[in-house]
Design a protein. Sequence first.
Length: 357
Amino acid sequence: MQVIKSKSFILRQYREGDETAVLRYMNDRDVSKYLSSAPYPYKIKDAKEWVKKCVRAGRRKKKKFLSFAIELNGKVVGGIGFDSIERREAEIGYALGKKYWNKGIASEALKLVTDFGLEQLKLKRITAHVFPQNKASSRILEKNGYKLEGLLKGHHSKNGKLSDALLYAKNHKSMNFIIIHGVYANPESNWFSWLKKELESKGHKVIVPKFPTPLGQSLESWSRVIKKYESNVGGETALIGHSLGAAFILSYLEGSGKRIKAAFLVAGFHKLLASPYDEINKSFVGGKFDWEKIKNSCRNFFVFASDNDQYIPLDLSKELAQNLGAKLKVIHKGGHLNMQAGYSKFPDLLDCILGAA
Ligand SMILES: CC(C)(COP(=O)(O)OP(=O)(O)OC[C@H]1O[C@@H](n2cnc3c(N)ncnc32)[C@H](O)[C@@H]1OP(=O)(O)O)[C@@H](O)C(=O)NCCC(=O)NCCS
């Protein structure tokens, strides 16, 4: 059974010997009041039953129930896991000792266990049922991309009383990503292979075409390449371009008549740069773009730039973001956000992509 590590705690299977720790964090009126099935007072027999249930479930091959103990500095301080795992759906639940509240522990545990559910258990949908008064629980779900779907009247039965529940859910939607490299680059350059692997591990489809460069590089030759992948471009597509790849995305969106979900333009540009590259780049950025047309072809633009890019002045990136009504993320001393600047991985970009996906 898997151990999931965060910077400050680990998530591991419950085991015999955890009973007193479970009793310590569960036997608290404030902890149990929004847990529909937890008794109060919580007794040692309840803790024993819980640990036994978790150990037994951990041994089963086909799991309907899966719970992790949250261990902080060698001490079990809470738990989080899935119940009712069926047909690629599950319900998530969690509880943490009061002493440890409001330190970000449950938010992080929820992120890790949600990722585990979507990636390892291949769940398509995770739900949570929350007492409407439980603001902290709603907050951590929302922070982790769970959406409020509605109010279930009388869903919870606690101490013989029916109470309403807010239904939160996170649905896994598979997207198509196309990563477009720049001049003198290829599908293996920079952070492209790393990003492909990361997105694929989350169930998305990722295409990284190879465009002719520098030999045979032109807007026309690149357009011929992207045409082969056009059946993958639609409302659930995001295009990610680096450097000239970003300029190519602008041309593509201007001319294709497609409407996509998002575009991520990294160290991109939309004009000639008064550099030796202008000659081979001019068919991409030598003219004027129709910004309205481009904006109408994509729901969200994100521009990543750096404040010491040797090729792209920051003012140009600001202008690009402004033309697109895009969010601009400036990375301090990120150079051209390429391998030479240390970018074989790009976690900031991945976070932004997953947040928008
Ligand atoms: C729900 C629970 C797991 C949250 O754990 P936690 O580690 O304190 O959560 P975090 O610190 O990661 O985040 C709490 C968030 O809620 C916010 N919050 C806390 N109390 C709040 C309140 N009364 N109103 C609004 N927001 C509140 C915090 O500010 C924080 O948000 P922020 O990160 O934007 O500042 C914990 O309170 C708990 O164990 N409760 C009892 C069991 C329970 O209710 N389980 C959920 C059943 S659905």
